[in-house]
Ligand binder design. Structure first.
Ligand code: HGY
Ligand code: MN
Ligand code: MN
Length: 421
């Protein structure tokens, strides 16, 4: 291909990627599951997520893109290439949100990918390889733990049954919610689990303050830190709050806070690199005048170094048992993702796209987990970040600027066009 053709394609694609349309799609999708405080509650396998999938499917239909859905609910939007048998280049992210989530976490990656496909279509630019936008199921894991169960099943990290048998706190099983997701997009052909991917790039808001502080619109992501998730169950005896002497109690709450304090000490890091979070802490039966007989809490533990993750993570059980007092404690690791470094040639492709688009950037690691981390063992992967206001995310105040979303999408477009040939 001559340089002028390539330059014309680049200019045509950059022009066709439309800031206003991209922003409007964020507002339209953000209206589904909108919360009074301006965020979204569009949790995995919820009616809201089904409505979000329908909205995107309608947009896809208008442009003649085809939809497929796999047995665990991952949804794919495909724009055909001139050589349909080639492995596709895939982009995307997730449209499920935290219960008090924002309009951009996940949604941006799906909508940026969709905007690139639409821009290519409207500009009449063909690619050799098919281009696919993935809306991975249950990235957040807030309702069905652990997260990324859709991309984990797609890549064979967990089985289809593991992904489908996950229960939420009310005992609702993921498998039973799936028919509603499938019914939302009846035109989507049902396909098997997993297909070969030539390369995958995911756009996402940074969910941290670095790009905004550096006043840069684009982050070329080089890695994702490792993440382990645990469930802890402390069991004692329910007892009468008024009549049971403290000395005779097997108070699961008291033991659980002793365990939690000891784990905080285990995870203390003067360099503030370890990320240790107890996000869910439930006392049962939860009656004010019953000594709790059971406490259930979660641990989210992250670090960029695999050895530290395994060492400190490996000590959680012994610390918990040593501080359980008269109670019993069970520690269950429910997911373990090693740190992921993106291949140099993929990072270089994104870097070159940012330079070709003329957008300043910085290279940076990802503190947050993403489906890209699950795809990394099966195909070359990279990510593109854009700033979010004050780095706020997993919070209804999450916000981003139309111009930044647009610039990140232009970089994605050039990178995808290069990878798709
Ligand atoms: O928790 C995470 O890192 C992702 O935002 N779900
Ligand atoms: Mn996300
Ligand atoms: Mn998230």
């Amino acid at each position: 291909m001559s340089d002028t053709t390539r330059t014309n394609r680049t200019a045509a694609l950059l022009d066709a990627i439309d800031e206003a349309r991209l922003w409007r799609r964020h507002m339209d999708l953000g209206a589904i599951g909108a919360t009074p405080k301006g965020g979204v509650n569009r949790q995995a396998l919820s009616p809201e997520e089904a409505r979000g999938r329908r909205l995107i499917a309608d947009w896809a239909k208008e442009l003649g893109f085809t939809l497929t859905v796999d047995p665990v609910g991952n949804l794919f939007i495909r724009r055909e290439g001139t050589e349909p048998n080639l492995d596709p280049v895939v982009t995307g992210s997730h449209i499920d949100s935290q219960p008090t989530g924002g309009k951009f976490d996940g949604a941006y990656g799906v909508l940026a990918g969709f905007e690139v496909l639409e821009a290519l279509e409207r500009a009449g630019i063909e690619t050799r390889r098919p281009l696919v936008v993935a809306a991975w199921l249950n990235e957040e894991g807030s309702r069905f733990m652990p997260g990324c169960s859709g991309s984990a099943a797609f890549t064979g990290k967990i089985s289809e049954a593991d992904a489908l048998d996950i229960q939420d706190r009310d005992g609702i099983v993921a498998r039973d919610c799936l028919p509603e997701m499938i019914a939302a997009t009846p035109e989507a052909e049902q396909i098997g689990l997993g297909f070969p991917i030539h390369a995958y790039i995911e756009n996402h808001i940074e969910q941290g303050p670095r790009l905004e502080e550096a006043e840069l619109p684009v982050g070329v992501v080089t890695s994702i830190q490792g993440m382990h998730r645990y469930e802890i169950d402390v069991r004692g005896d329910e007892a009468h709050a008024g009549t049971t002497p403290i000395a005779l109690r097997k108070d699961a709450f008291k033991s659980a806070i002793d365990i939690a304090k000891a784990l905080e000490e285990l995870m203390h890091d003067p360099d503030d690199v370890i990320r240790f979070t107890i996000g869910r802490f439930e006392t049962k039966p939860g009656s004010p005048n019953v000594v709790p007989g059971h406490v259930h809490f979660t641990i989210d533990f992250r670090h960029p170094d695999q050895d530290l993750l395994m060492d400190r993570g490996g000590r959680i059980e012994e610390v918990a048992k040593a501080h359980a007092g008269p109670c019993d404690v069970k520690v269950k690791r429910i997911s373990a993702g090693a740190p992921v470094a993106f291949p140099d040639e993929m990072v270089a492709t994104v870097r070159a796209a940012a330079e070709e688009a003329g957008h300043p950037y910085m290279e940076m690691p990802s503190g947050a987990g993403h489906d890209a981390g699950l795809l990394a063992p099966v195909c070359p992967v990279a990510m593109i970040f854009v700033p979010c206001e004050k780095g706020i995310s997993h919070n209804e105040a999450e916000n981003a600027l139309p111009g930044d979303l647009h610039k990140g999408t232009q970089v994605l477009g050039l990178a995808l066009m290069k990878l798709a040939g």
